[in-house]
Design a protein around this ligand. Structure first.
Ligand code: THU
Length: 159
């Protein structure tokens, strides 16, 4: 037996250490949470995607009385961005989440399904997509989705 160690690199920032562009993208993700439809979980998630052409697309989680029919903010945002601008790579996605009272303290961890969709976006445009996960106490920057999903399944496995 041999152990295979996979290393993931996450950079932690305070908000004021980020570039103006990253701060603005995070602000858009935070603002987007106001448009979330989350009557069941009362957990409002917003995402903002910066495209290669400079356009910023925002999206939110959209819940449903039939719970599995709902969708997360990340997938809403990326599917919309990729539908409206199929030729534009997504350079950065920022994600923020709040309860009814506050933005959460620690960076919002995207669910597994969203990580898989984020990976597909990165592979599709053949360039890394940076991910910014907002928390009131810290912001995580991940320079490529591949770091969020080690041992991932992608098209190369089917070749
Ligand atoms: N949710 C997201 O939109 N993104 C995440 O990264 C985690 C979870 C949503 C799904 C559901 O509407 C609510 O948050 C509670 O799980």
């Amino acid at each position: 037996m041999k152990a295979l160690n996979i290393t993931t690199v996450i950079n932690e920032y305070q908000f004021n250490e980020l570039s103006k562009t990253d701060q603005e993208l995070i602000q858009k993700a935070k603002d987007a949470t106001a448009n979330s439809y989350a009557p069941y979980s009362k957990f409002s998630v917003g995402a903002a995607a910066l495209l290669e052409n400079g356009v910023i697309i925002t999206g939110t989680n959209q819940e449903n009385a039939a719970y599995p029919s709902g969708i997360c903010a990340e997938r809403t945002t990326l599917f919309y961005a990729n539908s409206q601008y199929p030729d534009q790579a997504v350079k950065v996605i920022a994600i923020a989440a709040r309860t009814e009272s506050n933005f959460i303290d620690m960076p919002i961890p995207p669910c597994g399904a969203c990580r898989q969709v984020m990976l597909e976006t990165e592979k599709r445009y053949k360039q890394p997509m940076r991910v910014l996960l907002y928390g009131e106490k810290a912001i995580y920057e991940i320079k490529s989705v591949s770091h969020l999903l080690p041992l991932s399944f992608d098209a190369s496995a089917m070749e």
